[in-house]
Write a protein that binds this ligand. Structure first.
Ligand code: BTN
Length: 243
């Protein structure tokens, strides 16, 4: 893979997008020591201090139909969970759709941005932020209860290069599996790592907020939830838990 390495950037996402526009191959990576304007989901800021995390964006060129793009998010989350488990031995879990948590606190986030052309995905940029070696002092008061780093959870620093290498290997293996056998085996792995199913939780979509029990993952990458009145609903994009 070609890796574009930077000391400091605003965000690795637009750089990867630019490379993709110029025809960069699948698996091209943009990596930075620091992001000055790291982007999170829902327009949030992603705190990306120098040298302490993995802040990277990968160019994907999937054959996936547009409406199935959420599958790629779940695939990325599985690769991350497996890489983190193998390198740190922390028993991390996936919160739907794509946060990686340890003991209820968030360690990583994934931001998928896609460009479409005539109803097909032209490319997808998978942005991955892993809080690797941040210390307690790197978190503001408000974040401290919600976010954590591998180092804090493990009680020892974690090698970022090893982690990136493990992630790229897992990601490649899962992409091959996905190309050959479709989403089913990926969904099974996701379900084995998730902490999101079976517990009544607050769901916030762009339109509304309600409590429901997430029941199952669909082959589209969405999730079916059961409302208190028994109604079942399919959710494609939402936040789970208190926001
Ligand atoms: C989330 O809100 O959970 C997603 C966070 C994604 C952060 C990563 S860090 C590398 C890439 N560049 C960005 O600006 N954001 C993503």
């Amino acid at each position: 893979h070609t890796i574009h390495y930077h000391k400091a950037v605003a965000s690795t996402q637009p750089l990867a997008k630019e490379l993709a526009e110029q025809g960069a191959a699948e698996g091209t990576v943009v990596l930075a020591e620091q992001q000055l304007q790291g982007k999170g989901r829902l327009g949030r800021i992603w705190h990306s201090p120098y040298g302490k995390g993995v802040w990277m964006s990968i160019v994907l060129r999937p054959a996936t139909p547009i409406q199935l793009a959420p599958q790629l998010t779940l695939l990325t989350a599985v690769a991350l969970a497996e890489a983190i488990r193998s390198i740190t031995e922390l028993n991390v879990g996936i919160k739907w759709p794509n946060d990686i948590l340890h003991k209820g606190k968030k360690l990583c986030g994934i931001l998928l941005e896609s460009a479409a052309e005539e109803q097909r995905l032209k490319y997808v940029i998978a942005g991955i932020g892993i809080d690797v070696n941040l210390g307690e002092n790197d978190y503001e008061n408000e974040l401290r209860n919600k976010a954590t780093s591998l180092r804090i959870e493990k009680g020892a620093p974690v090698d970022r290069e090893q982690l990136i290498e493990a992630f790229m290997m897992k990601w490649e293996r899962l992409s091959d599996l996905y190309d050959q056998q479709g989403f089913e085996p990926i969904a099974q792995l996701w379900e084995s790592y998730t902490i999101s199913l079976g517990q009544r939780t607050l769901i916030t979509t762009a339109q509304e907020q309600f409590y429901a029990v997430p029941l199952k993952l669909t082959e589209r990458g969405s999730i079916v939830v059961k409302l208190d009145d028994g109604e079942e609903r399919e959710i494609f994009s939402a936040e789970m838990g208190e926001v």
